[in-house]
Design a binder for this molecule. Structure first.
Ligand code: UD2
Length: 317
């Protein structure tokens, strides 16, 4: 699909990944419509766009809001979600309404408007405890939480809309995304935003377990780039599923050291027992995204950390 004169709807566009994606798309001359209920997103996150987008305050549980938001759009980037695993366990029906029914609402509104390309935010959570690393997209899904089940269901619906409705959805399985604007306020925030917040404020960061667990941390601007590539990818009769990570593993202890160094502080972590339900290792095989989308992560882990710490210390995002 050509980006010239293109308009894309970003659901959740005022959030962490959404606002970075909006910047990347806008820089390519793509017109934007943002639908966000501002429950966790903030319009401030979009301040660098200087108002050059259409904004609708609304919710993916509301089909009418989706219909009007999609007017004039040729593609949808669907990021709006209730992203917390623990919250999905506490409130499975609410999480289902937002994550599963909300995604079905998006696909249905796109079908009604003749929009073929819908990019869905999925998650590495769909792999559950599968430890066949690096994880390829063909690996078995293993949903261990309502959140994972809802993200997986979104992929299943994408496949159904591809086969029955001739749509061309793309599902992106994000690994551990980090970067500026990730909100450290919740105790369930990503480990890097918690470490950065703690060290920048002179507080103690806690490592659960011995710090040997590893994750595939991917910088948010690389995720935004993957979103752009997925929007522009040629139509396919098969639903497309791609991992979005880096293919590299970083231990939690290494992550702590990197944050400590970037923040320029002397600090030691506190250690606490491993968190119940945590997987030990996670890492993406990004070969398929490289080959089919031309996705090549541009930011090393340490570069991403430097930028995120600078933002947390009051710099620009
Ligand atoms: C991420 C997602 C989760 C789900 C899962 C799928 C986040 C916040 N969570 O969980 O929603 O998609 O991936 O696999 O993106 N840790 C510490 N100290 C802290 C916080 C965490 O040591 O203060 C450890 C934690 O025990 C784990 C690692 O850091 O070993 C990563 O934790 P996380 O919550 O950032 O992410 P993860 O991969 O467990």
């Amino acid at each position: 699909m050509s980006e010239a004169k293109m308009r894309v709807l970003i659901t959740g566009g005022a959030g962490f990944i959404g606002s970075h994606s909006a910047e990347v798309l806008r820089a390519r001359g793509i017109e934007l419509t943002v639908l966000d209920n501002l429950s966790t997103g903030h319009l401030d996150n979009l301040s660098s766009l200087g108002g050059r987008f259409r904004f609708l305050e609304g919710d993916v549980r509301d089909p009418e809001a989706l219909n009007s938001a999609m007017e004039g759009c040729q593609a949808v980037l669907h990021l709006a979600a209730l992203v917390s695993v623990p919250e999905s366990i506490r409130s499975p029906l609410l999480a289902h309404a937002i994550n599963a029914t909300g995604t079905l609402n998006v696909l249905e509104a796109a079908r009604a408007q003749g929009i073929k390309r819908v990019v869905l935010a999925s998650s590495a959570a769909v792999y559950g405890e599968n430890q066949n690393l690096p994880l390829g997209e063909g690996e078995a899904a293993q949903s261990l939480s309502p959140y994972a089940a809802q993200k997986y269901l979104g992929e299943v619906y994408a496949s159904i809309y591809s086969h029955l409705q001739g749509m061309s959805p793309v599902c992106l399985r994000y690994f551990n995304v980090f970067g500026p604007r990730q909100d450290p306020a919740s105790p369930y925030s990503g480990v890097l935003s918690l470490f950065i917040e703690a060290l920048v404020q002179g507080k103690k960061a806690t490592i659960f377990g011995d710090g040997g667990a590893t994750r595939d941390f991917v910088y948010v601007e690389d995720v935004a780039l993957a979103n752009l590539l997925a929007i522009l990818a040629p139509e396919s009769s098969e639903p497309l599923i791609f991992n979005v990570g880096t293919g590299k593993r970083t231990s939690i202890l290494q992550a702590f050291e990197a944050v400590r160094e970037a923040a320029g502080v002397q600090a030691t972590p506190a250690f606490a027992p491993p968190r119940e339900g945590d997987i030990v290792h996670s890492c993406a095989d990004i070969g398929r995204a490289r080959a089919s989308l031309g996705y090549h992560p541009r930011f090393s882990f340490s570069e991403g950390i430097t930028r995120t710490v600078a933002w947390s210390q009051g710099g620009n995002a």
